[in-house]
Write a protein that binds this ligand. Structure first.
Ligand code: 5MM
Length: 339
């Protein structure tokens, strides 16, 4: 049965479920594999991702969709089954990263803009035929003294909106991901200020580009202290300030917000999501679209060794379950430790 764009967007943020971001580009997955001293080849990348996608408890229970990289959407499992079939058989939706990565932004030292609009309609058509139901484009905004600049915020918001319009025209739901990085030494209030600005620009550009808000999923950062901040805000403050900024900027027509983890610890990412969902009724669904915070434990448990496949799958299932509970506002530290 063909799903409408609205139905796909709703399914991506279905209660208690969220998205697995497994769209690391070749350079990023190599860095991840380096950290466990595993070689990064087409086969090892396939084995690792096959392990995740065959974690039936996680996929059936808590993963609504998986963001894939170009290589992965075309890959077959060891037994010849397309990886996309393993995902759909588990009741999850395959998605695809379509941005071309970040490039230095002209006359804006230290800032980047995401590229990849050239030829995008044709690529969307091909990915649609390969089974992708949704796509992802990540814009990156850094905070440091004197940045972000208006030029950077505007250029990235405009590209995100053009991408979203191209996806919808091609029959694919766009995940709109404006990421304000948490790498700096800034405090949580500076993150709140920049996140509010970025989201206002993004929704203005989505409107100008005639994007139907009911057909998208927003993937923002949480409002959080920079990693190098001398004083880090509490989990409660992160939840409270993130909700405050989202309520100011995200129209209720958007079906759901699926956060990125951005370098938070596994438990922080889960706890923050839980606190927001436990805070009371919200106009949109709030869930996860985590990469590192869903995969770090599984990657370590697997460590590139086939004999660790069951342990890796178990670690992934645990994080998926914890985040599924957080998406329903039902997570607790006790469950984290005992489950
Ligand atoms: C999985 O990581 C994604 C890929 O990034 P590269 O293009 O740099 O390889 C990344 O876009 C990811 O989907 C989001 O940042 C969310 O991941 P985190 O780890 O921040 O939750």
């Amino acid at each position: 049965m063909t799903m409408t764009l609205e139905q796909v967007a709703q399914a991506m943020v279905a209660p208690g479920r969220g998205i697995l971001a497994a769209d690391e580009s070749s350079g990023t997955i190599k860095k991840r594999f380096d950290s466990i001293k595993a070689e990064s080849t087409a086969d090892t990348r396939r084995d690792y991702r096959e392990m995740l996608f065959r974690s039936t408890d996680a996929m059936k229970g808590h993963i609504s969709g998986v963001i894939l990289y170009d290589e992965t959407i075309r890959q077959k499992a060891k037994d010849g089954t397309p990886l996309t079939k393993i995902i759909t058989d588990a009741g999850s939706l395959p998605g695809i990263k379509v941005d071309g990565g970040t490039k230095p932004l002209q006359f804006s030292p230290g800032e980047v803009v995401t590229e990849g609009l050239d030829g995008l309609p044709a690529r969307i058509k091909e990915y649609h035929a390969l089974g992708a139901k949704f796509a992802k484009w990540r814009a990156v905004i850094d905070i440091a003294p004197g940045i972000p600049s208006y030029t950077c915020v505007k250029a990235n918001a405009h590209a995100l909106a053009r991408y979203a319009a191209i996806c919808l025209e091609g029959g694919i739901v766009p995940i709109v991901e404006p990421e304000v990085l948490m790498d700096g030494a800034h405090d949580i209030d500076r993150c709140a200020e920049v996140t509010e600005w970025v989201l206002r620009e993004v929704f203005q550009e989505l409107y100008i580009n005639r994007v139907t808000l009911e057909q998208i999923v927003l993937k923002p950062n949480m409002v959080i202290s920079g990693q190098k901040a001398p004083k880090r805000a509490s989990r409660e403050e992160v939840a409270e300030k993130t909700l405050k900024i989202l309520k100011r900027t995200v129209p209720a027509a958007v079906p759901g917000i699926a956060f990125l983890s951005g370098g938070q610890s596994d438990e922080d990412a889960t706890a923050h999501l839980h606190l927001m969902n436990a805070a009371g009724a919200l106009p949109w669904k709030l869930t996860f679209s985590y990469g590192r915070a869903l995969q770090a434990a599984a990657l370590k448990a697997w460590s590139g060794k086939p004999e660790n496949t069951a342990a890796g799958a178990k670690a992934f299932s645990h994080r998926a379950k914890m985040n599924g509970l957080a998406a329903a506002g039902k997570w607790s530290l006790a469950l984290e430790k005992t489950a």
